[in-house]
Design a protein around this ligand. Structure first.
Ligand code: IMP
Length: 424
């Protein structure tokens, strides 16, 4: 058992990471999230009940385990308060300071950041399609050294000084603060609820690793939304790849880390930005309706398309993935032909085998497809690859070859049990 397993989204988010985290978490001592905030939405099905978590790692439902948020996460304290209530109701008992650690270094999403996110989106000629949860402005304030860390937020005198300084420095902030006093007061009051959970998470992780504990690291969003390596500017504002994990949680676990990527057996994307394999036909409608492709956070319909092996190979290589989980494989059942993009054709640059850095180039790319025969009827939801129809097995093997990474699990349904494994 590696001391650290890092699970990242290998596409544009919504790959179904939450469920796999929930499955893998049974062998972990600590489940840690390293970036993003309540823009994420991880859907779990526990005892037949659907649960969507936005901030607390999906591992929080396992007994005797620690769920933690690292320095690179941005935390909405009011939304966190609601989420703690929701978890208490489902679990029948609250999370305790022993079972939930919030990094003192994490930055706080303020009512102002949420306001700015909405204003920026509506003023942009070409909006990003953000979740309007204040994520971008919070990371921007952090980089500009204007933000407030959770460890400081829970000291009321510090928050007061910070508010005064921000009001003095920014007229718009001041107006917002004065006009929305009640909203700001609830925000400030939420510090008391979070205070017991705030600690030196990164220091505790160093100790835990030294003590042979197993840490499961949970990515949010997906590697193609990474601030540096994604389809900028149509990205989120954090490091969603493996690098982001070490930046946020510390690199003490580096030498033991095993990195797993989760991808759907097709592609989805929410928000704006190029997506070469996007479909607007019957096959696209099949994926959207059978896959119930609506955002867990905003409820927006997800754009659906064929698997993009160029983009997936880029992520596998860049993140040095040790294995791939191919999720929602059952959604492909019933399609006569299944297509996979194996290269792009650009009107000026010709054939591209590598994912381009430039979103304008990507927007002009047409996929070069390889076609695979589909299969009729449903696939077995459990068992081994040899139990799958030969066409399905052929599809998996081809993907492994195209992206140069081993498929270590295939997701075949929504519950913890629905998974098919390699034969050896
Ligand atoms: P933001 O993270 O709210 O700033 O949004 C930036 C981009 O990331 C938009 O295209 C969002 O749709 C996308 N995004 C953010 N969170 C998620 C997620 O959890 N799943 C999928 N897309 C996301």
């Amino acid at each position: 058992m590696p001391r650290m397993t890092i699970l990242i989204g290998a596409q544009w988010g919504d790959e179904g990471k939450g469920r796999w985290i929930d499955i893998l978490a049974k062998d972990a001592d600590i489940v840690a999230r390293y970036q993003g905030g309540n823009n994420a939405g991880h859907t779990l099905y526990i005892q037949g009940e659907k649960i969507v978590l936005h901030q607390v790692p999906s591992g929080a439902f396992h007994e005797g385990q620690v769920a933690c948020l690292g320095a690179g996460v941005v935390i909405n304290p009011l939304a966190m308060q609601d989420e703690l209530e929701k978890i208490k109701k489902i679990k029948g008992k609250p999370l305790t300071p022993e079972s939930l650690w919030l990094s003192a270094r994490a930055h706080v999403i303020t009512p102002w950041s949420i306001e700015v996110d909405g204003l920026r989106e509506s003023s942009l000629k070409q909006p990003i399609g953000t979740t309007k949860r204040g994520i971008g402005p919070t990371y921007a304030d952090k980089a500009a050294r204007l933000g407030i860390r959770l460890g400081h937020f829970i000291k009321s005198s510090y928050t007061q000084k910070w508010l005064e300084a921000r009001c003095e420095q920014d007229e718009n902030f001041k107006r917002h603060y004065q006009e929305r006093k009640q909203e700001w007061q609830s925000f400030i009051d939420s510090a008391k609820v979070l205070a017991p959970f705030v600690c030196d998470v990164e220091g505790r992780l160093v100790d835990a690793l030294a003590d042979n504990k197993h840490i499961l690291v949970e990515g949010a969003q997906g590697a193609l939304l990474d601030i540096d390596h994604g389809t900028y500017p149509f990205v989120t504002s954090s490091g969603t790849g493996v690098g982001g994990a070490f930046q946020s949680l510390g690199a003490a676990g580096r030498k033991w880390a095993k990195v797993i990527g989760v991808a759907k057996a097709y592609t989805t994307r929410v928000g704006e930005g190029p997506m070469p394999t996007e479909l607007h036909d019957e096959a696209g409608r099949h994926l959207a309706s059978k896959g119930a492709e609506f955002g867990a956070t905003t409820g927006r319909p997800r754009r659906c398309g064929w698997l993009d092996a160029v983009a997936l190979k880029y992520v596998c290589q860049l993140s040095g993935l040790d294995g791939l989980i191919l999720n929602k494989f059952d959604i492909l059942s019933g399609l006569e032909v299944i297509r996979v993009a194996v290269a792009y054709e650009h009107p000026k640059l010709g054939r591209l085998d590598r994912f381009p850095w430039d979103h304008e180039v990507l927007a002009d790319c047409k996929p070069v497809y390889r076609d695979f025969a589909g299969w009729k009827g449903d696939i077995p939801t459990q068992g081994h690859f040899s139990d799958l129809p030969p066409q399905a097995l052929h599809y998996i093997t081809a993907i492994e070859e195209l992206v140069g990474t081993r498929v270590m699990m295939v997701g075949t349904g929504v519950t913890r049990q629905d998974a098919v494994f390699p034969n050896s």
